[in-house]
Design a protein around this ligand. Sequence first.
Ligand code: 5GP
Ligand code: ZN
Length: 114
Amino acid sequence: MSDCLFCKIVAGEVPSTKVYEDDSVYAFLDIAPQAPEHIVIVPKNHLGSTNEIDSENSAVVGKVFEAAAKIAAERGFAEKGYRIVNNCGEDGGQTVGHLHFHLLAGRNLQWPPG
Ligand code: 5GP
Ligand code: ZN
């Protein structure tokens, strides 16, 4: 997936501000934050979107949520609260074709989203 922006970020070929990393996932600050805390969490192995999750690879989604809980605790917003968002496909607002989860915090997030 040499043409994938988030694969390049995981590989260190495109710079990012790393927040968290383990064997399965990489997390970094979003370049256009939509909240005081806006972190993008991605599986290290390329998956295009939620549409590609199946019984063979779905364990990484648990790893993403484990990472989110750790990041929330480390950055001090676990108690106050946060939101995890996955945009899938055109109508879902997905702009980067590598599965990722937005971790948003630091303000009172509204519902429903736009
Ligand atoms: P999506 O719209 O696909 O759900 O989310 C993609 C996210 O990636 C957006 O929030 C966008 O700001 C972020 N993003 C796009 N390009 C870059 C980049 O080069 N670096 C970082 N850190 N974030 C990016
Ligand atoms: Zn990728």
